[in-house]
Ligand binder design. Structure first.
Ligand code: XMP
Length: 305
């Protein structure tokens, strides 16, 4: 474990030395990694850092509002509303890797425009140690690692948390005084709810995944999972009121993990599972079934796509 206070001092000095008097930009995802990287870089260079949050429409419930509040103190914060553009880009795309690619590329297009407008020479990224390992191993294309540097000709890439594990990043978040919503937040994938929807991404499926993920995160907080989530995995027949419905099947998943590279499905008590089921099917007319995923990683992954 790193000494978080010492790390902050060293990281700020290092960023300051690297960026000097130039301009920098960072993409905020709402996750703890990019939040910590942004806070460190902002401390080093102030408003010469432009933090950009692209609202892809694939985010968790209340995410944009939370970002706005948390980073309100950064005057250079940019929030880009891109939900409609991402839905257009994803129309007809069903293959999981293709989806990631389309989202990654869409993200680059949005970010490219912002980087030009900010006249940014340096790119700051919240890449952490496991991201680098998984990407090098070619397990999945994590979009927060590749892409950006190749398309935009930055003078340099600054990755202040590149050698840290997730729990170390959280320590640093606390040392920086970032609010709990950021420092204690469950990790969320770069491609967002798109990897919690099997097959084509539509507004309807996204709305189900978003609300169900909110219920699951809320109900399972007491279990202190690494990640708890809900995914829309298909359709099944059910009966609601007097009618047979062909509704969505929602899978609930809750895992323990140290770094996301392996994970164990958590044992959840029946009452809690039933409460989750009744909240989800009660709030969402188009959901006919809720199932609990008992698979560890490996052989499964944490996300569904
Ligand atoms: P998997 O599903 O690969 O997830 O077991 C491991 C951890 O990584 C997150 N994840 C991602 N994070 N970009 C990210 O920034 C991605 O493309 C991505 N895919 C998965 C996932 O939520 C889990 O914490």
């Amino acid at each position: 474990m790193v000494d978080a206070d010492a790390f902050v001092g060293e990281a700020v000095a290092e960023i300051d030395a690297e960026i000097g008097d130039a301009n920098a930009i960072i993409a905020l995802s709402g996750g703890v990694d990019s939040s910590v990287a942004a806070a460190l870089a902002y401390e080093a260079v102030g408003d010469r850092l432009t933090p950009v949050y692209v609202d892809t429409g694939l985010m968790r419930k209340g995410e944009t509002e939370a970002i706005r509040e948390t980073f309100d103190y950064m005057e250079s914060l940019r929030i880009v509303e891109a939900g409609d553009r991402f839905l257009d880009r994803l129309e007809g795309v069903t293959d999981p890797e293709e989806k990631r690619k389309v989202i990654g590329e869409g993200f680059i297009r949005e970010f490219e425009r912002e980087a030009r407008a900010a006249d940014a020479d340096y790119l700051v990224q919240g890449t952490i140690y496991p991201d680098r390992i998984e990407s090098e191993g070619g397990i999945k294309s994590h979009h927060n690692v590749g892409g950006l540097p190749e398309v935009i000709d930055f003078e340099g890439i600054v990755e202040p948390v590149r050698d840290l594990y997730k729990d170390e990043v959280r320590e640093v978040a606390r040392a920086l005084g970032l609010e709990e919503i950021v420092s204690e937040r469950m990790p969320f994938p770069g491609p967002g709810l798109a990897v919690r929807v099997i097959g084509e991404v539509t507004e309807e499926k996204l709305a189900v995944a978003r609300e169900a993920t909110h219920v699951v995160e809320d109900e399972l907080e007491a279990y202190d999972p690494w990640q708890a989530l809900a995914a829309v995995i298909g359709k099944a027949t059910g009966v609601k009121g007097d009618n047979r419905v062909h509704g969505w099947v929602v899978a609930v998943r809750s895992v323990e993990s140290r770094d996301g590279m392996t994970a164990r499905a958590q044992e959840i008590d029946w009452e809690t599972l039933q409460r989750i089921q009744s909240r989800i099917t009660g709030q969402l007319d188009n959901v006919s079934r809720v199932v609990y995923d008992v698979t560890h990683k490996p052989p499964a992954t944490i996300e569904y796509e």
